[in-house]
Design a protein around this ligand. Structure first.
Ligand code: CP
Ligand code: NVA
Length: 321
């Protein structure tokens, strides 16, 4: 396993044991912010944004600095990528200077192309298809609240809303890797790609989990341990506000739907949240909501992920635990 170049482009780029190792490292970083410093020197990590960000930008910037490194944050408007420089040329340049590349962009093909030409780890900081760093933080939050990383196996999680978006896809794959029972619910026309569902089903079967895709929000939430939602209108889809409100309304996470989950169920939302749309204020600001821990856990989970990727690449066992 060590001495290998690995990337985190989608949630199933790591297996069950690797996901657990990263989450355990995340728990260590939660209790000791300076637990490991793989970029001490400092080495640079390139953090690129083609879309807006608050949490991802702050957690990677602060996280890389806490790992002893230098975060080089570049926005689309300030880079030649935004003027059409090929992804492969950008990869060839950054790989000569930075120890890792983190990128938020549009199509998944772009991060795949970056990884093909980079000789340092590439991390997907959100694409149209996946948001794996967010779900690592979300699972770290369950571990934090429910007695550790081993508690994830067998948990039932429900995701409601735009079931065809990046968060839905990432819950399907990461939940399958974790051995969870994953349920996603959304309106007809906003359900996940069958290819991703098939991947998730195959991985879930290997890890003792299961996958349910439904248009019935009640079926998804009933008896679940954690309820997730996300904006109904993702970045780049802003023109669809008007047409989405009506079909999505039955999937709003409100007190009635939360009441169908387990009495101690957690509520999580990757943020930014739109109160009165995908979630009521009573739920996101209520007693079951752990969204601020979830946001903080972006920092710990991503520091763990970067440390693990660098540890694997260097063959440095000391960084892996
Ligand atoms: N959840 C998340 O990725 O937030 P940002 O868009 O603010 O980075
Ligand atoms: N699905 C949302 C997630 C934001 C963190 C989007 O892509 O805009």
């Amino acid at each position: 396993m060590t001495g290998q170049l690995r990337h985190m482009l989608r949630d199933d780029d790591i297996n069950h044991e690797e996901q657990k190792a990263i989450l355990r490292l995340g728990m260590r970083f939660r209790s000791d912010r300076f637990y490991k410093r793989p970029f001490e020197g400092p080495q640079a990590v390139a953090v690129l944004f083609d879309k807006p960000s608050t949490r991802t930008r702050s957690s990677f910037s602060i996280g890389v600095a806490e790992l002893g490194g230098y975060p080089l944050v570049i926005d689309k408007s300030g880079s030649q990528l935004g003027r059409g420089e090929p992804v492969e040329d950008t990869a060839r340049v950054l790989t000569r200077m930075a120890s890792a590349i983190v990128w938020r962009t549009y199509g998944q093909d772009r991060v795949e192309q970056m990884a093909r030409y980079a000789t340092v780890p590439v991390v997907n900081a959100l694409t149209d298809e996946f948001h794996p760093c967010q779900v690592l933080a979300d699972f770290l939050t369950i571990a934090q609240m429910r007695g550790g990383v081993d508690a994830l196996e067998g948990k039932t999680i429900a995701y409601l809303g735009d079931a065809a978006n990046n968060m839905s896809n990432s819950y399907l794959l990461a939940g399958a890797v974790a051995g969870m029972h994953v349920r996603v619910a959304g309106p007809q026309g906003y359900l996940p790609d069958p290819v991703i569902v098939a991947d998730a089903q195959r991985i879930a079967a290997d890890n003792g989990g299961s996958i349910l895709v439904t248009t019935d929000p009640r079926e998804a939430v009933a008896g679940s341990d954690c309820v997730f939602t996300d904006t109904w209108v993702s970045m780049g889809e802003e023109s669809e506000y008007a047409i989405r409100s009506k079909p999505f309304t039955p999937y709003q996470v409100n007190d009635e739907l939360m009441g169908l989950a387990k009495p101690d169920a957690l509520f999580q939302h990757c943020l930014p949240a739109y109160r009165g749309k995908e979630v009521t204020a009573s739920v996101i600001d209520g007693a079951q909501s752990v969204v601020w821990d979830e946001a903080e856990n972006r920092l710990h989970a991503q520091k763990a992920l970067l440390t693990w990727l660098i540890g694997v690449q260097r063959g440095d066992e000391g960084l892996l635990a």
